[in-house]
Design a protein around this ligand. Structure first.
Ligand SMILES: Nc1nc2c(ncn2[C@@H]2O[C@H](COP(=O)(O)OP(=O)(O)OP(=O)(O)O)[C@@H](O)[C@H]2O)c(=O)[nH]1
Ligand SMILES: [Mg+2]
Length: 282
């Protein structure tokens, strides 16, 4: 999944400030010595990777560099990349997005305000549509009229239909409607947008649980995916968000938005170490 999303992600490479570029840049024209490892550790910690993951990661790379008698920094950089990918997506656990033909798949997208949920849904819709999945978007963020319009515009651009009710309507009713409508439109995947919510607000999290229950009532194996969208620039608070949303609605995957243009995207490594495989969206 990670690799497949990476292919979408040209902006990581474009941005000179981006975390991954800075890591790569560190190895250019360098000898492999203690100062390289020190600089790498410093960069990873500054980027929110977290002390524990940094120590483990750099330790593993150093060990491989020793064992494999690596002398050039470019090869060391590639080893680091491999080890970073392993943290995000341990071998054997990269199961991809859990969507299957021959059934209705529901993807519920959650997260705090402004993290990039709706934008990531647009990217996901386009990604799925390109691969011949029939997608329907459900405008479950009924909180603001602008949120409904935003999803409609993205839907139009991606060429996928959008089910929306009036602003202020019950999000559960929108989701119910979308799932009911899906079979007659031969839809494979319903992607549900939700209003941004603060992870520590009890009522808001209860509302999210209710949306989840409406989905599960139609089909107990749904939602097949609950994707938590995190803002890469958030820092350590993203860990707390991940814990709360996981507790409330059983998050199945993480989407890290806004990785472009930030030197801080390292939080994804700390989170995936604690909570499992990550998906990036950019
Ligand atoms: N640079 C960058 N900006 C992004 C990305 N994703 C979202 N944004 C911007 O972040 C802002 C919020 O994005 P939305 O997709 O509306 O976020 P949201 O989580 O749906 O917000 P709410 O529905 O209000 O909670 C917008 O200005 C987006 O253009 C990204 O991957 N990179
Ligand atoms: Mg939104």
């Amino acid at each position: 999944m990670l690799d497949r999303f990476r292919k979408l992600d040209k902006s990581i490479r474009r941005s000179q400030d981006a975390f991954f570029n800075r890591v790569a840049g560190l190895f250019e024209g360098r000898a492999i010595d203690d100062s390289l490892w020190e600089d790498l550790e410093e960069l990873l910690v500054q980027a929110d990777v977290g002390i524990n993951v940094t120590i483990e990661l750099v330790g593993r790379v150093r060990e491989r560099v020793d064992v494999e008698h690596v002398r050039d920094a470019e090869r060391a950089r590639r080893i680091l990349k491999e080890e970073m990918v392993k943290v995000l997506s341990p071998p054997g656990q990269d199961r991809g997005l859990n969507v299957q033909h021959g059934r209705l798949n529901v993807v519920l997208v959650v997260g705090v305000n402004g993290t990039g949920k709706t934008t990531s849904i647009a990217k996901l819709a386009e990604y799925l549509k390109d691969r011949r999945w029939r997608v329907l978007l459900a405008a479950g963020d009924t909180f603001r009229a602008a949120a409904i319009d935003q999803l409609r515009i993205w839907g139009e651009r991606a060429g996928v239909p959008v089910i929306a009710h009036q602003p202020g309507a019950d999000p559960g009713a929108v989701v119910f409607d979308a799932i009911q409508t899906a079979p007659s439109r031969n839809v494979d995947v319903v992607v549900v947008d939700t209003a941004g919510r603060i992870h520590t607000k009890f009522n808001l999290m209860e509302e999210l649980k209710k949306i989840r229950r409406v989905i599960a009532k139609q089909d107990e194996s749904a939602p097949q995916e609950v994707l938590l969208v995190l803002d890469a620039t958030t820092g350590q608070n993203a860990l707390s968000q991940a814990r709360h949303f996981t507790q409330a609605v059983n998050v199945t995957g993480l989407v890290i938005a806004k990785l472009d243009g930030t030197a801080k995207g390292g939080i994804v490594f700390a989170i995936s170490q604690e909570l499992g495989p990550v998906r990036t969206a950019d």
